[in-house]
Design a protein around this ligand. Structure first.
Ligand code: FAD
Length: 422
């Protein structure tokens, strides 16, 4: 996401951009760009230090504990938080564990990477000259394809059901006054399409904007279209404020249909790639270093420890495969001792549309007073849960609920955030 759109303050849009501006004149130029992730890390460190100082001045203890939480147990005195270093007692607990590792579909097979961002150092050791498959064709897959190009692998095969790449981010206007930002009023996928098509501002961009399937031709059109402001992208960005409510209004049948048929389409349009990445992907396609395949059916490990992958246009033979399909909504597929223990004790339950079951208003875990979750674990109960701007709002809801529900008769040790990097 562009720097100008990021921040941890729900009242001040673009707090990160202001920080960039104040930090140094050199980084100010990044305000309308995609700033390096390391700068985002520095910004968050400063935010946390500021908050710690404010707490200390108000006489509230703020402690950062560097330990992996293995279990949380409810007792009559509060929640026991178990780490290798010991046990802490707290009155409230918030699971903010981010993107947890997935279990491997091919356990103990070194050539298969289930968690691209966790496995970066291993991925960087893939020998140049290898044939590498990337399962998925959205932003993470694009990141991986570009990394593999830098490593110098022989060929990258990206594959997914849709075989569609993300579209390309257009210019961000300095003012959005003329943009029609109204909410989508309906409650179905069809209503959403009607709303999206209402002004057809995408129509002049190129023929086949909704239907085109040829990856290379489409990318050419997309790169050309990205030279301009693309109103429809701004509408979709604006949906961040109401898309959770829309999701909650959708029927069970519609939600299932979304996951079955439209999730890939949504990801392509809602989360476009930066122009710089699109240009690199185009040059890989032109140089014959990358192919993108639709109609992914299955993957097998052969006796020679190579992978065989069925896609609609061929049978791929691959030396390595990276799973770039993102976080798992199926809790049983997560590789986390904490999640396993919490499922066993009944504190966490699987929600039918993925992630943990929570009250979407308060983020409290289903039938677990005092225990909350935010972030990717809640994908399913809510819709848009991992972007920083949403996390800020969701964290505020948790904080409000904790403050309202405090029982004055009981002393409050403090709420504990498990995870809490941002
Ligand atoms: C490549 C990539 C790019 C992204 N780009 C953007 C972007 O541009 N804009 C945006 O808004 N969002 C972006 N996101 C989404 C991003 O996930 C969030 O913005 C943000 O990092 C999430 O913060 P978090 O604190 O919820 O989770 P995380 O940042 O994942 O932090 C969770 C923390 O919990 C810790 N943890 C997990 N389990 C335990 C345990 N049992 N005990 C103790 N600690 C534990 C983890 O080690 C980690 O430190 C991106 C994500 C990825 C992967």
């Amino acid at each position: 996401m562009k720097s100008s759109l990021l921040g941890v303050d729900s009242c001040t849009a673009g707090d990160f951009a202001h920080w960039l501006k104040d930090s140094s004149p050199q980084v100010e130029g990044l305000m309308q760009e995609y700033a390096p992730r390391i700068l985002m890390g520095q910004y968050l460190q400063e935010v946390v230090s500021d908050i710690a100082q404010k707490f200390n001045h108000s006489g509230i203890q703020f402690a950062r504990v560097n330990a992996s939480v293995r279990n949380v147990r409810r007792t009559s005195a509060g929640f026991e938080v178990h780490t290798a270093n010991g046990v802490r007692l707290v009155d409230y607990i918030v699971l903010a564990v981010g993107h947890l590792r997935k279990r491997s579909a091919f356990p103990d097979i070194e050539q298969y990477f289930s968690n691209p961002y966790h496995d970066l150092s291993r991925i960087k050791k893939i020998p140049a000259g290898s044939k590498v498959g990337v399962l998925g064709t959205k932003l993470t897959a694009v990141d991986m394809a570009l990394l593999l190009r830098r490593i110098g692998v022989a060929h990258v095969h990206m594959f997914s059901n849709s075989g569609q790449l993300p579209l390309v981010r257009g210019l961000i206007p300095t003012s959005c006054e003329d943009v029609a930002f109204e909410k989508c009023p309906g409650k179905s996928i069809l209503d959403f399409f009607r709303w999206f098509r209402r002004e057809k501002t995408y129509a002049p961009e190129y023929v086949g904007f909704i239907t085109m399937r040829d990856v290379s031709v489409r990318l050419e059109h997309e790169i050309e279209a990205a030279a301009h402001v693309r109103d429809w992208q701004l509408w979709l960005d604006g949906s961040k404020g109401w898309i959770d409510d829309y999701w909650l209004r959708m029927s069970t049948k519609e939600k299932r249909r979304f996951y079955r048929k439209y999730q890939g389409l949504w990801m392509s349009y809602r989360h476009p790639m930066p122009l710089a990445n699109a240009l690199k992907i185009r040059s890989m396609l032109r140089a014959g270093e990358l192919s993108v395949h639709a109609g992914y059916k299955s993957m097998r490990l052969k006796a020679n420890e190579h992978f065989e992958v069925d896609v609609s246009d061929s049978l791929l033979e691959l030396d390595y495969v990276i799973d770039a399909t993102g976080v798992s909504g199926n809790l049983a597929k997560l590789d986390s001792v904490l999640v396993e223990n919490l499922i066993d004790s009944g504190m966490l339950s699987q929600y039918e549309f993925g992630g943990v079951a929570i009250d979407p208003e308060t983020h409290q875990l289903f039938e677990q007073p005092g225990a909350y979750a935010i972030g990717p674990l809640t994908q399913g109960s809510l819709f848009y849960v991992s972007a920083m701007e949403r996390l800020v709002i969701h964290a505020e809801r948790v904080a409000e609920h904790i403050v309202k529900s405090q029982c004055p008769a009981r002393s409050v040790h403090n709420p504990l955030y498990v995870g809490a990097r941002s």
